[in-house]
Ligand binder design. Structure first.
Ligand code: GLU
Length: 412
């Protein structure tokens, strides 16, 4: 009997869902589904100071929006303290881990004044060569001697990442660990811990880094908002386009086909065809893909997305007093709308313009709303409506321009 495949997506809820999370979740989902397996989701919230409920909710909502449905219950590491404790105690009893007294502080620092003692739990490293077969990187070898007796818990109640991950993967029967390459150096520690608790070794696949167009590693610090899924949602990208694009970051089907639905991806995805080299994230390509996916929608589907909540197809009734954002003047709003029409006509980057104008405005009315609000309002006449990017995609360029031009006349 062949073993049931179980993959996992274990985000730490310390920030908004970023595009690296999306790709990890997607690859785990695809691999599980194409093997009639399970895709489980676990919230890695042992770091109490940095974990936030709002981020957890954001991540779960993102998975739902993307259509990546998990199997079974949602795991929370914060609810499993007793279980980790048992494993820690067992490791200590077996002499495979020990409580160590550490001296901290710096006797020479005038500010910290002196040193103090603290107890932690360290793993007794068997100091050996660990070799594993990675589905992406091939045979990977590590000499674990350089890791020393690494810390696995602050105390019996506070396990650290490596221990919690190994225990959870074992207890949930995870067979495949598919995650970013930034985790590859964690794998030898986790393998040593698996061996110590008697857990089988899962199959590993470490995905190539996602790079910006200048080939630097995509990071929040350097690339700001554009690393988060929310940024693309706000711009009106469809979930199917985002998934399609992310699937091709680090993998290709080996054919010319570029547009895939999620169901098609489940069929054609091949984990052994993932590349080793970094994958460049190119928003232009995503934008192109989004257009292809919008074209795939039937006119009814296009409208349905929006009409679910908003009536955007009937001709808007405009209240002139509502067009301007906060205290932005009518003449400035007029200028923004005129420029927006030009950008829409030329298929330019509206978001970039909105961000630029948002920064240039006086403090009270800062923000992208400067441009995006009047545009959204002009397109629908509604105070609550989807973002203008979605609206333009749904209404079409011609109808959108017609609506905005009408408001321009009104403001003149
Ligand atoms: N919680 C980790 C993260 O969000 C993932 C751990 C893992 O995949 O083993 O980066």
């Amino acid at each position: 009997m062949s073993q049931k495949i179980i993959t996992r997506f274990p985000p730490s809820p310390t920030g908004p869902m970023h595009i690296g999370n999306v790709r990890t979740a997607l690859f785990n989902y695809l691999y599980a589904k194409q093997n009639s397996g399970d895709f489980i989701v676990r919230v890695e919230d042992t770091d109490k100071a940095r974990s936030k409920k709002e981020h957890e909710e954001g991540m779960l909502e993102s998975l739902e929006w993307l259509g990546l449905k998990r199997n079974g219950e949602l795991w929370h590491q914060s609810e499993r303290t007793e279980i980790y404790k048992k494993y820690l105690q067992k490791l200590i009893d077996l002499g495979k881990a020990y409580i160590s007294t550490e001296t901290e502080g710096d006797p020479t620092s005038p500010r910290l004044r002196g040193t103090w003692n603290r107890e932690v739990i360290r793993f007794k490293n068997p100091n050996k060569q660990v070799t594993f077969e990675d589905l992406v990187r091939g045979t990977v070898g590590f000499d674990t001697r350089e890791l020393g007796d690494f810390i696995i818990a602050k105390n019996l109640e506070e396990p650290l990442y490596h221990l919690a991950v190994v225990v959870d993967d074992f207890e949930s029967g995870v067979t495949h660990v598919i995650r970013g390459e930034d985790h590859i150096s964690n794998t030898p520690r986790q393998i040593l811990l698996q061996e110590a608790i008697g857990a089988p070794r899962p199959v590993y696949a470490h995905l190539p880094l996602i790079l910006a167009s200048d080939r630097s590693k995509l990071s929040k610090r350097k690339h700001g908002e554009s690393v988060s899924l929310g940024y693309y949602r706000e711009k009106g990208y469809l979930p199917q386009a985002i998934l399609n694009y992310m699937a091709l970051l680090g993998w290709n089907p080996g054919t010319d086909q570029e547009i895939f639905t999620l169901d098609e991806l489940i069929k054609v995805f091949n984990i052994s065809k993932i590349h080793k080299g970094g994958a460049i994230f190119d928003e232009k390509k995503l934008e192109w893909m989004n257009k292809q996916h919008i074209n795939l929608l039937s006119p009814e589907e296009k409208q349905k997305i929006i009409a679910r909540e908003f009536d955007v197809t009937s001709v808007p009734v405009i209240d002139k007093t509502k067009v301007c954002w906060k205290d932005v003047s009518q003449s400035e709003t007029l200028k923004h709308l005129e420029r927006a029409v030009e950008i829409i006509k030329n298929n330019g980057d509206l978001m970039a313009y909105a961000i630029e104008m948002g920064k240039a405005s006086p403090s009270q009315s800062r923000g992208r709303g400067n441009v995006l609000w009047p545009l959204r309002y002009a397109l629908t006449g509604l105070e609550k409506s989807p973002d203008p990017f979605t609206l333009i995609a749904i209404l079409g360029v011609e109808e959108s321009i017609k609506r905005v031009e009408k408001v321009i006349e009104l403001l003149k």
